[in-house]
Design a protein around this ligand. Structure first.
Ligand code: UD1
Length: 420
């Protein structure tokens, strides 16, 4: 329940990236023994991914901000539908399990309701490395006695496919080249951890990754990269509410494009010790944007900036190139009085002075956060339902908003609204 009108001010801290830690947890499968990850966010997806690993025979222990994963000599090789449907990122166990066990059976995933999110590039890449891949009874089944290095050209710099191929090729025989690879900071984080484990990867941070396979990898301790999407969410919230927010732990070098857009919208953004500060003292100016793989404008920011544009001065055009059906969120914003039209990949947003509170529903993590931010600049009360999506990716969202001065409360208790 969000009551609009407050100006957000103060400090907020950002922990490790969801989109990194889930893959780092999968990467732990590559080495027998105990891997310890730190700067781990306290979010639902980490809990579910921990359960995926437990069912594979690992021991998973969580403490404040860390997770210790103990992997047996031979983990199980099947991730079932019951868990995989709740967390699409669990597809990241495919590459490591295939490399470690010679076989991986992973149920076809569910996850966020955004686009079709195929797995064809994951499968084609593993086939290039010598695996056989079939889909049977709702499972993707990959087999290979030992993977062999090869050159893989990705049709699109898919984050998930790049990660699976990196992890699979780390233990392959010979050298693998992944061309047109994704370059997101979370991929760099995974490469850093794999490097510490003993993998030989060059070209880290570029679109051509070269992996020289090794016989075994060792467990490590690794600190997760900060969550740039969460950091950016707080920055957008500051701008929408004409506030003054210091984002502790946020890395501006991972946010160059979105922070530049906020400056174009009229914000003052500058570095602060341990993070950055965003100050806004007027109505934002509408900004055009086009989503692209990193270092382009991240698709995960699109719902947040679309929300910002609904209350900005002027008209903007938003082009979504990464996920084809990320517009479900728009129908919810229209319920709040936003003026948005979509056509194919494009949305035209005509800014309004204020939105007006209404009941709306979250369809995915970022849309959920975007609706809460929209509620902050709407008259009256906005009731956002299905907020379990927000729990998947934002640690202490309501508490952090409240600490910044927002009038937000949660009801009923989280346990009662989480899915089974
Ligand atoms: C990851 C992020 C997600 C982010 C996305 C793009 C996680 C847990 N999720 O998702 O938050 O929005 O990157 O930055 O890290 N595709 C195919 N075939 C494939 C693989 C992908 O067609 O084999 C398509 C997808 O349908 C989508 C596009 O490629 O249209 C991008 O997908 P991808 O980069 O793989 O995103 P994810 O890894 O699923």
């Amino acid at each position: 329940m969000v009551t609009g009108g407050a100006r957000l001010a103060g400090e907020v801290s950002v922990s490790g990236a969801k989109n990194s830690v889930l893959k780092l947890m999968a990467a732990a499968l590559l080495a027998e023994g105990t891997t310890v990850l730190t700067n781990v966010p306290d979010i639902l997806d980490v809990t579910i991914m921990g359960e995926v690993l437990r069912r594979l025979g690992c021991t998973v222990e969580r403490a404040d901000g860390s997770v210790a994963i103990t992997v047996p000599a031979m983990p199980g090789h099947e991730a079932d539908y019951d868990l995989v449907r709740r967390i699409r990122a669990s597809i990241a166990v495919l590459g490591p399990l295939l490399a470690r066990c010679g076989e991986a059976r992973v149920a076809l995933p569910g996850g966020d309701a955004i686009g079709s999110r195929g797995l064809d590039m994951h499968a084609a890449g593993l086939v290039k490395l010598g695996a056989t891949v079939v889909i049977e009874h709702g499972y993707l089944i990959a087999r290979a006695a030992r993977l062999c290095g090869a050159t893989v050209w990705l049709d699109f710099p898919s984050v998930g496919a790049t990660e699976n191929l990196l992890m699979a090729s780390a233990l392959a025989k010979g050298t693998t080249v992944i061309d047109n690879a994704a370059r997101e900071p979370e991929i760099v984080d995974l490469c850093r951890m794999l490097g510490q484990m003993g993998a030989r990867i060059s070209g880290v941070g570029t679109s051509t990754l070269e992996v020289e396979g090794v016989e075994t990898l060792r467990p490590v301790a690794h600190r997760t990269v900060p969550d740039r999407i969460v950091a950016g969410t707080w920055a957008v919230a500051a701008v929408m509410t004409r506030g003054d927010v210091t984002v502790q732990g946020g890395r501006p070098d991972h946010l160059e494009m979105p922070l530049d857009k906020l400056v174009q919208a009229g914000a003052d953004v500058h570095g602060a010790e341990g993070g950055f500060r965003v100050v806004m003292d007027r109505r934002p100016v509408a900004v055009d944007l086009v989503t692209l793989p990193y270092p382009g404008f991240a698709t995960d920011f699109q719902p947040l900036f679309l929300g910002l544009n609904t209350v900005a001065e002027g008209t903007s055009m938003i082009t979504e190139n990464v996920f084809e059906s990320r517009w479900m969120f728009v129908n919810e914003l229209v319920r709040l009085g936003a003026d948005v039209r979509t056509d194919g990949h494009h949305a035209v947003v005509r800014g309004r002075e204020r939105l007006s509170g209404a009941p709306v529903r979250a369809h995915d993590i970022r849309a959920g956060a975007g609706l809460v931010l929209a509620g902050l600049v709407a008259d009256g009360v906005t009731e956002v339902s299905d907020v379990h999506h927000i729990d998947r990716g934002y640690e202490g969202f309501v508490d952090k908003l409240t600490a910044l001065g927002a009038d937000v409360r949660r009801e009923p208790a989280p346990a009662e609204v989480w899915p089974d």
